[in-house]
Write a protein that binds this ligand. Sequence first.
Ligand SMILES: C[S@@+](CC[C@H](N)C(=O)[O-])C[C@H]1O[C@@H](n2cnc3c(N)ncnc32)[C@H](O)[C@@H]1O
Length: 247
Amino acid sequence: MSTIAAELTPEYRFAPAPKFPRYCTSLVNRACDLFWEARLGIHTTGGVFVQHHDARDYGCLAYDTYFKIFDRLELKLDDVVVDIGCGKGRVVCVAAKYLVKEVIGVDIDAYLVTLGKANGKRMRGRQAPVRFACQSAADFDFDPVTIVVLISPFGEETMEKMLARIEQSLEARPRSLRIAYGNPVLSPMLAAKRWLKLYECWRPGRWSRVKFPVHFYRSACVVIVTALQKLNERLELAAETISHCPV
Ligand SMILES: C[S@@+](CC[C@H](N)C(=O)[O-])C[C@H]1O[C@@H](n2cnc3c(N)ncnc32)[C@H](O)[C@@H]1O
């Protein structure tokens, strides 16, 4: 089995690094997080309970993880990045340090969106326009988007609806779209979509400052996948008809 496929088997369990390396790397992350909060002039720390039946509470990963994700994505000038479940806007502010067309933060929680907007406004060194939307990912219009960031924002119900919206958007406006999924607990749901391809998996090592797995997906052309699916169905039907024909 390839390493990528192995990431999605039911036996796969993410085991955090042993204590000593974990403490050391967490300490470095904490120090760097303080540095970045001060440098950007924003406040994104501290967990927040989110009152929605399918939502995960607010919490974020280290700045270092987000910079590594965006470096890996090799963002381009015409990219539009959306952080689904943006919370206080840490991902949005990191993405806005890169030269991209636009960065959007989407969150279902009005209080978090207010904090996100304030952070987006006051951040120092912004290179791209930012905007925030208070709505569910299940209703968001993905048409302008080329990069989706997911940091374990919700459960299966919303994930299914959001993926359906992305698929519709790709059908209507075929383009290349990539998804970076941190702490990817629902990754098998994405991998099950024919129009998405898992192309890279990060699995944290003992001394890694990236503390959770990150999975990267890219869209296959939905129009071609749908056409091939239809062709396949027709061929199966034709084969069945022929097999029932008296010779
Ligand atoms: C784990 S936090 C992610 C925080 C942020 N992405 C970051 O890394 O800084 C999950 C966020 O998803 C949001 N969320 C949950 N359900 C949502 C939904 N249906 N649509 C949009 N956001 C949602 C929560 O309000 C919460 O802020």
